[in-house]
Ligand binder design. Structure first.
Ligand SMILES: Cc1cc2nc3c(=O)[nH]c(=O)nc-3n(C[C@H](O)[C@H](O)[C@H](O)COP(=O)(O)OP(=O)(O)OC[C@H]3O[C@@H](n4cnc5c(N)ncnc54)[C@H](O)[C@@H]3O)c2cc1C
Length: 321
């Protein structure tokens, strides 16, 4: 069985940043992710000739430590300023995105790390002083230390599957965390929809929260490809709805605003854990009751991409560098 010093579950931005920090300090780690590629919710998808961001659309920067990393991403050509606000002339604060889609950033980070995609962990167990990861389709591995960055309900399921007994305080902290769902609707329109010049329309209402024109945003597309994010209420209510019903919902809302949308092609993605509704107030959580286990991700002190990055960095430090 392969044995590692540090194993990380999840190659989203928090896991990748933890591994990046560990590597800088001379510590090797290995990341396992069930996805076909790295990035988690910083995701860019192909749709025929088009590419669309269907998870996170942009991020803001407040923390100076995060700012330094973003500057290095800009220097590497994988991040850029999208705009300085979505309404009117903007509020002056930069909104960043990936240079050719949000996934440009995690893809670049992963290129410098040991990332094993297509590895779905089905349980996590602790015995013989090591953590053991069992996969759906690959041989199990073990590690001295384990960092879990999957959305917390998925993390809890993996620990339960391996009958890991956490202290009641740790169990309680984890059980208080919750997430909002989000239905993402990707649309190739028959006729281009009139969009704000920068391609971002922040509505922040129900049923539509945000609309992005991926071409105006800078993804290399031959025409307009739109991403609609439904709000948490509409996403919950319509979780089981067919694409026809979802497109009627969106078209109806646009009609109410005097806008006509005719759809040529449509794809739907369901984000069960899109953004945390309730977070833990520390930037990571060191498990009690079992040794060498740390939890991180956007549900720890901050939410969003900035919070995930800071959580990953803080978890790397908690691991002991
Ligand atoms: C629709 C949507 C809109 C958003 N909008 C914004 C925004 O505008 N601005 C912003 O800052 N943030 C936004 N976010 C949130 C942002 O994307 C997240 O906060 C951030 O990407 C989370 O990173 P993470 O590493 O913590 O988790 P994730 O990106 O979820 O990474 C966790 C990884 O764990 C993997 N995993 C899970 N279970 C297993 C398993 N059993 N085995 C192996 N791997 C597993 C997953 O495949 C995933 O890659 C949005 C998110 C969504 C979905």
């Amino acid at each position: 069985m392969d044995h590692f010093e540090i194993a990380i579950i999840g190659a989203g931005i928090s896991g990748l940043m933890a591994a990046t920090y560990l590597a800088k300090k001379g510590k090797n780690s290995v990341l396992f992710d069930k996805g076909r590629g790295p990035g988690g919710r910083m995701s860019t998808r192909r749709f025929g000739k088009f590419r669309l961001d269907h998870g996170a659309q942009f991020f803001t920067v407040r923390n100076p430590r995060f700012e330094k990393y973003v500057q290095s991403w800009e220097k590497a050509g994988v991040a850029k300023v999208w705009c300085k606000g979505f309404s009117g002339t903007g509020d002056g604060h930069p909104r960043f995105c990936g240079a050719e889609g949000m996934n440009s950033i995690p893809k670049w980070l992963a290129g410098q790390l040991d990332v094993r995609t297509g590895h779905k962990v089905k349980s996590v167990r602790f015995f013989n002083k090591s953590w053991h990861l069992d996969f759906e389709e690959s041989p199990s591995v073990s590690a001295d230390q384990l960092l879990m960055t999957s959305p917390v309900p998925q993390t809890i399921a993996l620990l339960e599957a391996g009958q890991v007994e956490l202290a009641s305080s740790t169990r309680k902290f984890l059980s208080l965390i919750s997430y909002n769902p989000c239905i993402a609707m990707m649309v190739i329109p028959k006729h281009p929809l009139s969009m704000p010049e920068n391609g971002g329309w922040q509505i922040n209402e129900e049923p539509i929260q945000f609309v992005a024109d991926n071409q105006l945003k800078g993804l290399p597309n031959p025409g307009q490809a739109l991403t609609f994010h439904l709000g948490p209420e509409a996403s919950t209510e319509h979780w089981e709805s067919e694409p026809e019903k979802l497109s009627e919902l969106v078209r109806g809302e646009l009609r109410r605003r005097g806008i006509k949308l005719e759809i040529k092609d449509i794809q739907i993605h369901h984000w069960r854990y899109s953004q945390p509704a309730r977070i833990h107030d520390e930037s990571c959580l060191v498990a009690e009751g079992v040794p060498n286990l740390v939890f991180a991700g956007d549900a720890f002190a901050g939410s969003k991409i900035e919070g995930s990055v800071l959580s990953g960095l803080s978890a790397a430090q908690a691991i002991g560098v």
